[in-house]
Design a protein around this ligand. Structure first.
Ligand code: NAD
Ligand code: IPM
Ligand code: MN
Length: 373
């Protein structure tokens, strides 16, 4: 059996952690009777600065010949914020309609958390983050003068919409706006995914995250859809949580959560908070999932320019993202073994990168995981 995976290492520590994750997967594959054919793509800051190319449609066509994509991170201090983040990462999430961003949060034995883990050793929370709508759709503009208008066709997912926006300002003014969008179809598919996931957990509990008390239109629809779908899942306990209170509870009593379903932007913020209570951003993986199509796996963290190029980034988030990728393509035994190897490595506290309080390098951390396989 051979798997064809694409890799897009990207920027900063992206290439460092993706190389480590690839080494781990390659050494795992032999023992499980499969091989991996990697297709590597250079998209990111270096490639953009050299060629002016961000992510052409041809590349998307090539990527569609792969089973799944492993991505590092995008974003570089030499490039204006958003060009690469939106031009590569968001473009991929939209192009492949990866409508679920699945982000697990766990306490790992051997990792110090800033909050007490006593009695919470088995904490396991799943964030199901909507990944194609909300404030991420790219609807908005900056304008100077007394009038502005915008015609935009949104094709961020299969729920296409056209907007024509006219702005008239009294006098001359500089302004800006950015509009969030949630569609019934977009909300339905991700909320249903979250209910299905909650149903499989020991604690069948699903929290609907939003800010329906202020952003009443978008999150009013989001809540309506949640309520309607919840009627089909009698076995799943549900609650609504405003995002501000959820943030507080995640620090104070994270064990109250099992699965949370959240609009795109709040999911972005809460999952860095999730990484924070785990003890390091270097431990949090994520899967951009299209259950019927091509999914893409990446760490939750970014390109970390502050530590890039020093070989000290924690590769665990990328390794666990690769682990989710293996599981998704059906290599359950290999994925299980890899997960146990990561847990065992962390539990020993022997080899640790600086974010975990150690002095080891990215490669040493990856080698320690390989030794456990
Ligand atoms: P970041 O996640 O890159 O870094 C935040 C902090 O966490 C930094 O101090 C960094 O050193 C540390 N950190 C992150 N990953 C680590 C790892 N594996 N090991 C050890 N320490 C780690 O966030 P930022 O600094 O706000 O953003 C930097 C760039 O990355 C920006 O250009 C941003 O747009 C981009 N970004 C990209 C993604 C992505 O591609 N998925 C995600 C977030 C941010
Ligand atoms: C993430 C990142 C991205 C997001 C950015 C870089 C577009 O922060 O994957 O969490 O906001 O989704
Ligand atoms: Mn983020």
């Amino acid at each position: 059996m051979s798997h064809r995976f694409a890799s897009i290492p990207g920027d900063g520590i992206g290439p460092e952690v993706v190389a480590a994750a690839k080494t781990v997967l390659d050494s795992l594959s032999d023992g499980h009777g499969f091989s991996i054919e990697w297709m590597d793509f250079p998209n990111g800051a270096e490639h953009f600065l050299k060629t002016g190319e961000i992510l052409p449609d041809d590349t998307i066509s090539e990527l569609s010949t792969c089973e799944a994509i492993l991505l590092g991170a995008l974003g570089d201090p030499r490039v204006e914020p958003g060009i690469l983040e939106k031009g590569v990462l968001l473009k991929l999430r939209f192009a492949f309609d990866q409508y679920v961003n699945l982000r697990p949060v766990r306490f790992f034995r051997g990792v110090d958390s800033p909050i007490s883990t006593e009695g919470r050793e088995n904490l396991s929370i799943y964030f199901v983050r909507e990944n194609t709508e909300d404030f991420y759709v790219g609807l908005g503009s900056r304008f100077t003068g007394s009038k502005a208008s915008e015609n935009i066709s949104l094709e961020r997912n299969r729920y296409k919409m056209k907007f024509k926006i006219d702005v008239e300002v009294e006098g001359e003014s500089e302004g800006s706006y950015q509009i969030g969008v949630i569609s019934r179809g977009g909300a339905t598919r991700v909320i249903r995914y979250a209910f299905e996931l909650a149903r499989k957990k020991d604690r069948k509990n699903l929290t609907c995250v939003d800010k329906a008390n202020v952003l009443t239109e978008m999150y009013g629809l989001w809540r309506d859809v949640f309520r309607e779908i919840s009627r089909e899942y009698d076995d799943v306990e549900t609650e609504f949580g405003y995002v501000d209170a959820v943030a507080m509870n995640l620090v104070r009593s994270p064990e109250r959560y099992s699965v949370l379903v959240t609009p795109n932007l709040f999911g972005d913020i809460l999952t860095d908070l999730g990484a924070g209570i785990q003890g390091s951003l270097g431990l949090s993986p994520s899967g951009n999932i299209n259950p019927e199509g091509i999914s893409m796996f990446e760490p939750v963290h970014g390109s970390a320019p502050d530590i890039a190029g020093r070989g000290i980034a924690n590769p665990v988030a990328a390794i666990l993202a690769a682990q989710m990728m293996l599981d998704t393509v059906g290599e359950h035994a290999a994925a299980g073994e890899l997960e146990r190897a990561v847990f065992a490595t962390l539990a020993e506290r022997g080899v640790r990168t600086p974010d975990l309080g150690g002095k080891n390098s990215t490669d040493e951390m990856a080698q320690a995981v390989i030794e456990k396989l």
